[in-house]
Write a protein that binds this ligand. Structure first.
Ligand code: LLP
Length: 404
């Protein structure tokens, strides 16, 4: 049985904490983590949760409690992870395009670091030589992912050192006597096809033999999650079989057996999240009925930014007849969550829930139009607890310096 929160649980939380509110179901995160652990049970696999998806410190602590490690995309995420109690060796910093000083800071904090440019690799080598192990983020030149904005491994992407510059990498490593502990690739987000990961592994195997001190290959994140009925997630069991086969086909004689790292974000937290809003106004305009909610792309940017589909249900009239609505936000520009969507009849004041709101929902929210960021609630052991209060007016002025 899959872990889900019922309409009545969601409604009770909306009533208790107000809307708009993000709600995270802890046990669903654990369920997703367990799927990965089970599938890779007989392989040396380590899971680093890609915390950029959702960094609330309570979620980080929960992730720690279920045994996962954590992957970070900024030095502040590293500091949040350490603050949440992760030991440095459980923290990975996969940087991109950052100042060298940030890499030094990460080194001083003792975390794993994947370096993604020749320039920073060289600076690191000059300063630290062989004294601190690092991973190299490579760009595999593979196009995959839900859409171009979330595809990161293709041959026009800014991420990683292009694999075709491998000779330069080798020269840099040799000249500076670098200790290369890992090789990293991340091809994109929402990759359903397990073969994409295998293609990445194949590319890595051309390079692996050159690194004698290698301990891990990091295959990044990007597993697909289901958004609508009929959608499926990446078949993790199949993926595990294919990864095993790929490694069996490429023995690494003389070197240490390689550990495999993954960095899933969406897979762990997307479905664990619900975003509950309330309908402010209904507006009929020609053949369209707009349902205007008390939120906007300042709270959930994915539909406007990536054309993402989020399933929407009316919590307040589940058995009402279905009608067609265009669900819009209150931001003062085009702000559409869903066009011509069938939803059970909506009345002003009804609660609408957005599914798949755990990953890159709150995390990408802003105060645009000087609106408050929503509250966040975590449900664990059947109990709902506030883990971030909604903004208040003072928050809007907090960092402003009133000079006159
Ligand atoms: N590792 C690296 C190096 C990444 O860049 C990412 C995501 C991940 C892991 C985790 O990917 P995931 O498992 O979550 O797909 N904001 C977009 C997604 C951007 C993903 C960026 N990098 C969205 O809402 O769809």
């Amino acid at each position: 049985m899959s872990e889900i929160l019922s309409h009545s649980q969601l409604t009770a939380i909306a009533e208790e904490f107000g809307t708009p509110v993000y709600i995270y179901h802890a046990e669903k995160i654990a369920e997703q983590y367990q799927k990965l652990k089970d599938a890779f049970a007989n392989q040396d696999v380590v899971i680093f949760y890609a915390s950029k998806a959702l960094t609330n410190v309570n979620i980080l602590r929960y992730i720690k409690s279920i045994g996962a490690n954590v992957d970070c995309s900024s030095i502040n995420e590293v500091k949040l992870a350490l603050h949440a109690g992760f030991a440095p060796e459980k923290v990975l910093y996969t940087s991109n395009g950052i100042a060298f000083e940030e890499i030094e800071e990460a080194k001083n904090l003792g975390v794993h670091i994947n370096i993604d440019s020749l320039s920073n690799l060289e600076k690191f080598g000059k300063k630290f030589g062989h004294t601190y192990p690092v991973g190299i983020r490579l760009r595999p030149n593979i196009l995959a992912g839900g859409n171009l904005k979330i595809s990161t491994g293709h041959d026009k992407s800014k991420f990683g050192i292009p694999v075709d510059q491998f000779q330069k990498v080798l020269e840099c490593v040799e000249e500076n006597n670098l200790f290369i502990r890992g090789l990293h690739i991340h091809t994109g987000s929402e990759i359903k096809d397990a073969d994409v990961f295998v293609k990445g592994i194949e590319k890595l195997f051309e390079i692996i033999p050159y690194f004698k001190e290698l301990e891990f290959v990091d295959l990044g994140g990007g597993f697909k999650v289901p958004y609508k009925e009929g959608d499926t997630e990446t078949d993790i069991t199949l993926l595990a079989e294919k990864v095993k086969e790929a490694f069996a086909n490429h023995p690494n004689p003389g070197n240490k057996p390689l550990q495999i790292w993954f960095e899933p974000g969406k897979f762990l937290v997307s479905e664990a999240g619900y975003f509950v809003t309330q309908v402010n106004v209904l507006k009929e305009a020609g053949t369209t009925i707009f349902a205007g909610i008390n939120s906007g792309f300042n709270h959930l940017i994915r539909p406007m930014f990536y054309d993402s589909y989020h399933r929407i249900e009316n919590l307040s009239n589940q058995n009402g007849p279905e009608k067609t609505y265009t669900v819009v936000g209150n931001i003062c520009e085009t702000d559409t969550f869903a066009s011509d969507r069938k939803i059970s009849e909506i009345r002003e004041g009804d609660y609408l829930v957005f599914y798949n709101a755990g990953a890159y929902g709150f995390e990408m929210s802003s105060n645009f139009n000087s609106r408050f960021k929503p509250a966040e609630v975590m449900v664990k052991d059947g109990k709902a607890v506030l883990i971030r209060r909604r903004d208040v007016f003072e928050d809007l002025l907090k960092n402003q310096i009133e000079v006159e």
